[in-house]
Ligand binder design. Structure first.
Ligand code: AMP
Length: 216
């Protein structure tokens, strides 16, 4: 019989970045590296739309226009997979939270479950590079140039304020995402390993990370 070691602290990572910043790619790599789940709110929504579920029919127009889906739908949709992942090592959440309101709601729920500490990873990529990547990837209805510009505007208005939120409350890791994929992954993994070694990852001003410029 194999004796399991005491369950280590679950690793809870949030990817924050504009559309095209590489959140999905990096979340995948980080999830593999640490053996945890990759949960992508956009992927789950697209699956609902493809399958024509009730949620899918409700959100289809919103997603295709690049607007944000109402918080209640997102919270309901993510609760089960997030709780399950939390029981089995942790997760990388990609695409959630998208607003300070969602972060606050997630924090309240996490607090009542005793799973409050999370680390946010911010992938910073200049806007011209984001537009270039998104046009090259052009995936379907949500990828016309107008919609791409709108999604970037929504990010600036609704999601970027999250960075201040995380810098104050939890740990924020800043990463330059305008570099080759493997280099970005390496940079994130190194900073996460450092963060996981700390006795507590609750943010205090001294736990804030400088902008990652070390890797050329
Ligand atoms: P993504 O693949 O993360 O870029 O998400 C694609 C689309 O799904 C977004 O443009 C939004 O319409 C919707 N979406 C994904 N995650 C969220 C979220 N946390 N809150 C609201 N809408 C979301």
């Amino acid at each position: 019989m194999t004796v399991q070691p005491a369950t280590p602290r679950a690793k809870r990572i949030l990817m924050v970045g504009a559309p095209g910043a590489g959140k999905g790619t990096q979340a995948d790599a980080i999830a593999k590296q640490f053996g945890i789940a990759h949960i992508a709110s956009g992927d789950i929504l697209r699956r609902h739309i493809a399958e024509g579920t009730t949620i899918g029919r409700t959100v289809e127009d919103i997603v295709n226009k690049g607007e944000l889906v109402p918080d209640a739908i997102i919270m309901d949709m993510l609760r089960k997979p997030v709780m399950a992942a939390n029981e089995s090592g942790g997760y990388v959440l990609d695409g959630f939270p998208r607003t300070v309101e969602q972060a606050e709601a997630a924090y309240r729920i996490a607090g009542t479950l005793g799973v409050g500490v999370q680390i946010a990873v911010h992938l910073e990529v200049p806007e011209e590079e984001l537009i270039r990547r998104l046009l090259a990837r052009a995936r379907g209805a949500d990828d016309t140039e107008d919609v791409i510009r709108h999604r970037l505007k929504v990010y600036e208005e609704k999601t970027r304020p999250l960075l201040d939120y995380y810098a104050q409350r939890e740990l924020l890791i800043q990463v330059n995402g305008a570099r080759p994929v493997a280099e970005v992954t390496w940079s994130i993994v190194v900073q996460l390993q450092r963060a996981f070694k700390r006795p507590s990852t609750h943010a205090t001003p001294s736990t804030r990370q400088p902008v990652d410029r070390a890797v050329a």
